[in-house]
Ligand binder design. Structure first.
Ligand SMILES: *Cc1c(COP(=O)(O)O)cnc(C)c1O
Length: 384
């Protein structure tokens, strides 16, 4: 059951709209009643604690006003600054690459592997070997778990450990995904989550930085609150940021978190249903099934083999759009973005090819059976 008023949206089917209800409203009400409208408040601490529990323990958490802010602070805490390099998945949303620029560091992009669509461990190993030979290692590696699919973690963790380079997991799209039973975002030195409106759960805007290191998380809270030293007046010896999440939004987050399992179950079910309903189409591919993973299937993505199918991604997208259905090409790799023209990239053809041939389908946890049927029918009709 879609939890928002479809009439207001003219029956449009969105890619991943917010899925909120009465419980969220009650939490906001509570914040108002208790007059905890100022940024700090009890929901904030509670949201951080509940998030740590959901992630299975072993990490501390700082609630922030975006996932991008969490990436920025993770890089600062890793010591990245001007003149440093930071490695980053090229197949991603722009936020992690921008955060590298925020600290004045230089991004070096790494292509994906076919098996997971995420960072290729062999390319990462090669890039790190070359840097080690030159005697200057990157300050950090940002590994993105795209579409909630876990990257090939075992070799990546080993390579990072071998070279002593901090790993930042961008799990913005991967809340509720696990690898060998452990939550994504809890394997690295830092994990980053987003509660933007289109993510698995939302606070309308927000993010979380997690780390097994309590001191780092404490420092993140300090930096996120204008780096105010302990004194009765306002005393500052370090440059800080205004990155803290507000208590009202943390209240929404707490309510959302209680339905995380259902939301993940629904998205996973949608992925299975799409495979069932579309799997026989010639030349269709899906984000691969991952072995020891339980991905959250944030978005169901299909690929279209241009040699087999008489249509392409853009034609299909426009055909869906004509029926008021939102779909979107896969992320355009960072090394193809004008913003990062000239940046170094290891490999590149895998993500380029995915961008050329892939489409994200409506995958919201509020998608109804009727809406699902409409998407499937539109795709089948326009496939060739
Ligand atoms: C959404 C997203 C972010 C940024 O999160 P915001 O909360 O929107 O700042 C970072 N990385 C990836 C891969 C994302 O999808």
């Amino acid at each position: 059951m879609a939890s928002f008023d479809q009439e207001r949206h003219n029956g449009r089917i969105y890619l991943s709209p917010p899925d909120v209800g009465q419980a969220e409203l009650m939490r906001i009400q509570e914040a108002f009643t208790e007059n905890w409208i100022a940024p700090a408040g009890p929901h904030l601490d509670a949201f951080e604690n509940e998030m740590c529990q959901v992630l299975g323990g072993g990490v501390h958490a700082a609630a922030l006003n975006s996932g991008t802010a969490a990436l920025h602070l993770a890089l600062k805490l890793s010591g990245a600054g001007p003149g440093d390099e930071v490695f980053c998945s090229t197949f991603t949303f722009v936020a992690p690459a921008n955060a590298i620029r925020y600290v004045g560091a230089t991004p070096v992009f790494i292509d994906s592997e076919e098996a997971t669509w995420n960072m290729d461990p062999e390319l990462l190993a090669r890039a790190l070997r070359e840097r080690a030979e030159d005697g200057v290692l990157p300050k950090a590696i940002i590994l993105v778990h795209l579409y909630g699919q876990g990257a090939h973690l075992d070799p990546i963790l080993e390579i990072c450990r071998e070279h002593g380079v901090p790993l930042i997991e961008d799990a913005a799209e991967a809340l509720g995904s696990t690898f060998k039973g452990k939550a994504l975002g809890t394997f690295g030195d830092f994990g980053v989550f987003s509660f933007n409106g289109n993510k698995i759960i939302t606070t309308s805007a927000g993010g979380m930085l997690v780390s097994p290191d309590a001191t780092s998380v404490q420092k993140a809270r300090f930096l996120a609150s204008q780096a105010r030293d302990s004194a009765p007046h306002y005393e500052h010896s370090e440059m800080g940021f205004n990155y803290r999440m507000s208590n009202v939004l943390a209240g929404i987050g707490r309510a959302q978190l209680t339905t995380l399992d259902q939301k993940v179950a629904k998205r996973r079910a949608l992925y299975d249903l799409y495979r069932e309903a579309l799997g026989d189409l010639p030349g269709i591919g899906f984000l691969p099934e991952a072995g020891k993973d339980a991905p959250n299937r944030w978005l169901t993505c299909v690929t279209i083999d241009p040699g087999t199918v008489g249509t392409d991604v853009e034609t299909l997208r426009l055909a869906l759009e004509a029926r008021n259905i939102e779909s979107r090409p896969l992320w355009k790799p960072m090394h193809l973005q004008p913003l990062f023209a000239g940046a170094e990239c290891y490999g590149g053809t895998i993500s380029e090819n995915l961008f050329q041939t892939g489409l994200c389908l409506p995958s919201g946890s509020g998608l109804t059976d009727d809406e699902f049927a409409r998407v499937v029918q539109s795709l089948r009709t326009n496939w060739s």
